[in-house]
Design a protein around this ligand. Sequence first.
Ligand SMILES: NC(=O)c1ccc[n+]([C@@H]2O[C@H](COP(=O)([O-])OP(=O)(O)OC[C@H]3O[C@@H](n4cnc5c(N)ncnc54)[C@H](O)[C@@H]3O)[C@@H](O)[C@H]2O)c1
Length: 140
Amino acid sequence: MDRILQIFQTSKRIEDTLFSKVISTDFSLVSELIRDADSIVNFAAETHVDRSISAPEAFLQSNVIGVFTILEALRKVNPSARMVHISTDEVYGDILEGAFKESDALRPSSPYSASKARFRRLRAWICENLWPQRLDNQVH
Ligand SMILES: NC(=O)c1ccc[n+]([C@@H]2O[C@H](COP(=O)([O-])OP(=O)(O)OC[C@H]3O[C@@H](n4cnc5c(N)ncnc54)[C@H](O)[C@@H]3O)[C@@H](O)[C@H]2O)c1
């Protein structure tokens, strides 16, 4: 069966939102999936801090290359769509009291949080160098 057809058949639709699972490093599948979307929300990630310390490679693949792949697919096939990327407050490091602000400095302390923090730099670099008509703050 056609791979993209299979993805759509196993996706779940709730009102206007389609929930799909696709390996985020697969550029052709991601491109087909997002081609007609108004907005994309990326939840996919390797998430376990302890595992990121014992086996960081998968975190770089999913949380850096995967996000780069989605941004590139967006830029090439659906440049007007909005992207929301789920990150983590762990990118700011540890806090004893209160809460971080988005403008706080990034101080990731594990391969997990470092791979999540990489998204911000990647987003800024892509918007500045590859996609100048796209404002950095249009990818969240
Ligand atoms: N749960 C929390 O407390 C928490 C806190 C802060 C941020 N987040 C973020 O929210 C998101 C969801 O977290 P969760 O707790 O549901 O995590 P989870 O580990 O339960 O779910 C993540 C899913 O992503 C999938 N995945 C991993 N690599 C992938 C890839 N390359 N392509 C496609 N899918 C891939 C995994 O198989 C898993 O099903 C993550 O981005 C996580 O970093 C979660």
